[in-house]
Design a protein around this ligand. Structure first.
Ligand code: NDP
Length: 296
C-alpha cells in the first residue's frame, strides 16, 4: 500500500484564496480591512523568518500587517503597554506575540494580556477555556490546520480512534480537544506513556507532535490509518548539510498508512493560513458581522 499524500501546500493555497475572497467582501461591503499585528521581541533568526513570512502572506491576502520589533532586553511593562495599545486599536483585529520570548519575560502574563477576541493564536486562558467547553473561541493555528486537513480528507471524523502524541499547550492538548469536539475517541500520549507502539497501533488517526526526528516507525501504524506529522526537526546529513524531517519516519509510515502529511509541505503551510483565517474571524466578530463559513 502507498499512502495518499495530504498536500498541505496546495490545500493552504486554497484556504488562502478563500480568505482573500472574504477579505475583499469585507472591504467592499463594509469598508473594513482586517489587520494583524505581530510583535517580535529580540532577534532569534527562526522567529524573524516566521514573522517575515506571516507579514508577507497577510498582505497577499489583502489584509493590513503591522510589525512591532522590540529589543531583546525590552522590559515587561513596555511590552504590556504595547499590547494594551494594540488591544485598543480599532484597525488591529488580531495580535500575535511571537514565541519564545526572552527569558526575563513572563510568557503567561504577556499572552493573557492580549484581549481574548484579538488572541489569534488562541493561547490565552479565556480561549483555552472556551475551546475546552466546546464554545466559540479562537483556535490555535497548528491544531486548526491539522483539523481542516483531516476534515477535508475524511469528511466526518465521528467515531474514529485518534491518538495525539504530545501534550503541549500549543499543539497536543488543543489538537486532542478539537478531535474530541469532532466526536473522535481520543488518546493523548506523552513521554510517560507505556507501550506507545501498542497505543498508536489502535489509531485510525495519528497526530505526532513530539519534536523527535522520525520517532514513529511504520510498524506502529495501523494499515490504512491517517498520519498527521506536526514535527519540524532539522537533522544533519552525511554531506554536511541539514534536512527537515518530521516526527514520523516518512517512508516506512507512508508504506502502511492510508494518508500522510509530508515534512516539509504538510502541516507547516497550514499554520500560517489558519493565522490569517483567525484574523478574519476576529475581525468579523469584533465588528458584529456574519462570519459565514468562509473556509468551506
Ligand atoms: P513540546 O516540546 O512542547 O512538546 C512535546 C511533547 O512530546 C511533550 O508533551 C512530551 O511529553 C512529548 N514527548 C517527548 N518525548 C516523547 C516520547 N519519547 N514519547 C512520547 N511523547 C514524547 O513541543 P511542541 O508541541 O511545541 O512541538 C512539537 C513538534 O511540533 C516540534 O517538532 C515542533 O517544532 C513542531 N511544531 C510545528 C508547528 C508547525 O507549524 N508545523 C507548530 C508548532 C510546533 P511530556 O509532556 O511528557 O514531556
Amino acid at each position: 500500500m502507498s499512502a495518499h499524500i495530504i498536500d498541505g501546500k496546495a490545500f493552504s493555497a486554497k484556504v488562502r484564496s478563500k480568505i482573500a475572497d472574504k477579505v475583499s467582501a469585507l472591504k467592499s461591503a463594509h469598508g473594513i480591512t482586517p489587520g494583524l499585528a505581530v510583535v517580535l521581541v529580540g532577534s532569534d533568526p527562526a522567529s524573524q523568518v516566521y514573522v517575515r513570512s506571516k507579514g508577507k502572506q497577510t498582505v497577499e491576502a489583502g489584509m493590513n500587517s503591522f510589525e512591532h520589533k522590540l529589543d531583546a532586553d525590552t522590559p515587561e511593562d513596555v511590552l504590556l503597554a504595547l499590547i494594551d495599545d494594540l488591544n485598543a486599536d480599532d484597525s488591529v483585529h488580531g495580535i500575535l506575540v511571537q514565541l519564545p520570548l526572552p527569558g526575563h519575560l513572563d510568557e503567561t502574563q504577556v499572552i493573557n494580556r492580549i484581549a481574548p477576541e484579538k488572541d489569534v493564536d488562541g493561547f490565552c486562558i479565556a480561549n483555552v477555556g472556551l475551546l475546552g467547553t466546546g464554545q466559540k473561541s479562537m483556535v490555535p493555528c497548528t491544531p486548526l490546520g491539522c483539523l481542516l486537513m483531516l476534515r477535508d480528507y475524511h469528511g466526518s471524523l465521528s467515531g474514529k480512534n485518534a491518538v495525539v502524541i504530545g501534550r503541549s499547550n500549543i499543539v497536543g492538548k488543543p489538537m486532542a480537544q478539537l478531535l474530541l469536539n469532532d466526536s473522535c475517541t481520543v488518546t493523548i500520549a506523552h513521554s510517560r506513556t507505556q507501550d506507545l507502539a501498542e497505543v498508536v497501533r489502535g489509531a485510525d488517526i495519528v497526530v505526532a507532535a513530539v519534536g523527535r526526528p522520525e520517532m514513529v516507525p511504520g510498524d506502529w501504524i495501523k494499515p490504512g490509518a491517517t498520519v498527521i506529522d506536526v514535527g519540524i526537526n532539522r537533522i544533519d546529513t552525511e554531506d554536511g548539510k541539514t534536512r527537515l524531517v518530521g516526527d514520523v519516519d516518512y517512508d516506512s509510515c507512508a508504506a502502511v498508512a492510508g494518508a500522510i502529511t509530508p515534512v516539509p509541505g504538510g502541516v507547516g503551510p497550514m499554520t500560517i493560513a489558519c493565522l490569517l483565517a483567525n484574523t478574519v474571524t476576529a475581525c468579523c466578530r469584533i465588528n458584529n458581522l456574519a462570519e459565514d463559513d468562509f473556509l468551506s
